[in-house]
Design a protein around this ligand. Structure first.
Ligand SMILES: [Zn+2]
Length: 72
């Protein structure tokens, strides 16, 4: 991979990140979804917006319990 090639890809990447940020900024986050997110060796439950995938908050104990019982 040449220098200009990697620069071109990085340029593209930052444009996409900007686009995602813009999309998430304009989203009203009306639909929540609980997701299991792998972080190293542990997995954490998080509440994401199902439209733009932004992290909204962490689930409550009640939500965690419900999610885990639905898993089975
Ligand atoms: Zn959203």
């Amino acid at each position: 991979m040449t220098d200009s090639e990697i620069n071109r890809l990085k340029q593209k990447q930052s444009e996409i990140i900007k686009e995602i940020n813009e999309y998430q900024k304009n989203c009203k986050h009306e639909n929540e979804v609980i997701k299991m997110v792998q972080e190293g060796s542990t997995s954490t439950l998080k509440v994401h917006c199902s439209d733009c995938d932004i992290l909204l908050r962490y689930p409550t104990q009640e939500e965690t319990k419900r999610y885990l019982s639905n898993e089975k």
